[in-house]
Design a protein around this ligand. Structure first.
Ligand code: GDG
Length: 495
């Protein structure tokens, strides 16, 4: 039976393990809840399908099962698996997506590496995703495609299946035309995106940037906008906009909707974890004694601003001798892509600065910084969220940032401080965080000092506002809003 909801997301929706020669598909509960939320949407469809890649030694192996049926707590749905070779994965994902697109999306022109890109392979892989989606989709289905590594899928799919509703969501920022148009494949990418019914982003700024890019390359007009802030309302973060462009009209009269819908987290799940870690929180607090705990968590990536943050911590210890022995920074920086030189270099630099800080300021009794490079199990991470006085999140660019939202959801005690970069999409939703500019030492220094000095009543007031926001805009709200664009396809129950 063909599916009325097809989700195209490069990762498979389960963990595949082999036990006693038998392949098992296990549900993996990720804290940010994106995969479970997407699977949850299948419950609103008559039938759902998920399209993802799976590394295969021989993609033409006749024994390879392309489409499997999965039955889990979300119901029964298809998973269409594209067998890709190691070389194809490296080319399409690690080279083209991570070395060429990722730096441009985050406005790091100097890190953009064009030379190793093999464009025919990128097209080939995207074509395969489009074909698989076309095979799964019922007449008039909603096909929801995720992220920049699948940018060409909408264009191909539109040719294969003019009848389906195509929605595309960007998890990253979308940069300005000056930045995006560095990509030599810009017309092909944007033309593909313009064949969608709706192109989605976390925040209005990214949608506005996309609209401007589209206008720079094609004859199209911004045909609808919605006011977000009145002229007398103050602008909060650097990413705030006063209005949202909600529709583009192409020369032939066709319209493309633009949406801004921030990805949230599974607040109930994180809260339920936070409510059962009292013992661990107690141990961490006992270990900290009178010291204040500052927590920073991210993947090791130049976009996440780890180096700039460690330098700010070093300056703090240099200028505030009274804090010696009174604070500790737990800096979790996990390498997700070990085979990429750019990330290995950052990790090396992070380790060097961390070593210097501990070497300069550490004593027999006190270590100012703990650098953790291995992933911390989520239950433990939640205990650290609960114990930390400050969550210090200062990316140079970040589509959204879910770590700060997980910290807020974990604070069932209503206390805690968030110091947040104004270049994280989350800053638009969280004006009650202490917003800081990671490109300015002065701003970084002021923000962390403000966080350390904040009184309890102020902390609680700000945390209350932040908790209300993340509860309002949780992962379910995001999923439902996205699905509403396919109302015709998925039926009235989708709204
Ligand atoms: C992309 C965009 C956007 C991290 N360290 C550990 C750990 N984590 C988990 C966190 C959180 C997730 O990884 C990171 O989420 P982010 O949102 O910060 O970042 P990206 O991975 O870059 O995600 C981003 C997101 O897509 C969603 O649209 O917000 O801007 O770049 O869930 O908890 N989890 C555990 N141990 C760790 O050490 N267990």
């Amino acid at each position: 039976m063909p599916s009325d909801l097809v989700i195209v997301y490069h990762r498979q929706p389960y963990e595949e393990v082999v036990e006693n020669g038998e392949t098992l598909y296990r549900e993996n509960k990720s804290p940010n809840g994106i995969v479970p939320t997407l699977k949850g949407l299948f419950g609103k469809a008559k039938k759902g399908s998920w399209v993802a890649w799976k590394e295969a030694e021989d993609p033409n192996d006749p024994g390879f099962e392309r489409v499997i049926e999965i039955e889990d707590s979300f119901g029964t749905y298809n998973v269409s698996r594209l067998p890709l070779t190691k070389e194809q994965v490296k080319s399409f994902y690690h080279v083209t997506s991570k070395e060429a697109f990722w730096p441009i999306l985050h406005s790091f022109k100097d890190r953009y590496n064009y030379d190793p890109v093999d464009w025919p392979t990128f097209r080939e892989v995207n074509w395969a995703f489009a074909e698989a989606a076309a095979n799964e989709a019922a007449e008039g289905a909603l096909v929801w495609v995720h992220d920049y590594n699948l940018w060409l899928v909408p264009g191909y799919l539109r040719k294969l299946r003019p009848d389906v509703t195509i929605s595309f969501f960007h998890h990253t920022p979308f940069p300005s035309a000056d930045m995006f148009n560095v990509l030599p494949w810009r017309e092909e990418i944007v033309s593909s995106l313009l064949s969608c019914d709706v192109v989605g982003f976390h925040i209005p700024r990214y949608a506005a940037n996309f609209a401007r890019v589209a206008q720079s390359l094609f004859d199209c007009e911004i045909s609808a906008r919605r006011r977000i802030k009145q002229s007398d309302q103050p602008i909060g973060s650097a990413l705030d906009e006063r209005s949202m462009f909600t529709e583009l009209t192409m020369e032939d009269g066709r319209t493309v909707a633009l949406s801004a819908s921030p990805v949230g987290i599974d607040v109930d799940y994180v809260r339920s974890k936070a409510e059962v870690v009292d013992d661990l929180v107690g141990e961490i607090k006992a270990d900290m004694g009178e010291q204040k705990l500052i927590l920073s968590v991210s993947r090791t990536d130049y976009t996440k601003g780890g180096i700039e943050q460690l330098l700010a911590y070093e300056r703090l210890l240099q200028s505030r001798k009274d804090l010696i022995g009174k604070v500790r920074l737990m800096h979790v920086s996990v390498m997700a892509n070990r085979n990429m030189t750019a990330y290995a270099e950052i990790q090396g630099e992070v380790e060097q600065i961390a070593g210097r800080i501990n070497g300069t300021f550490g004593t027999l009794e006190w270590q100012p910084l703990a650098l953790i490079s291995q992933a911390v199990p989520f239950d433990k991470l939640v205990a650290y969220y609960r114990a930390a006085d400050i969550c210090w999140i200062t990316p140079l660019a970040d589509g959204m940032n879910l770590v700060c939202k997980e910290y807020i959801a974990s604070r069932v005690d209503g206390d805690g401080v968030v110091v947040l970069s104004e270049f994280a999409g989350a800053a638009v939703e969280l004006p009650s965080a202490i917003l800081t500019n990671p490109f300015s030492s002065r701003s970084m220094d002021k923000a962390i000092e403000q966080g350390l000095a904040m009184s309890e009543p102020e902390r609680r007031d700000r945390m209350k506002a932040m908790r209300e926001q993340i509860e309002r805009a949780d992962i379910k709200a995001w999923g439902d809003e996205q699905l509403s664009y396919g109302k015709k396809a998925v039926g009235a129950s989708a709204a």
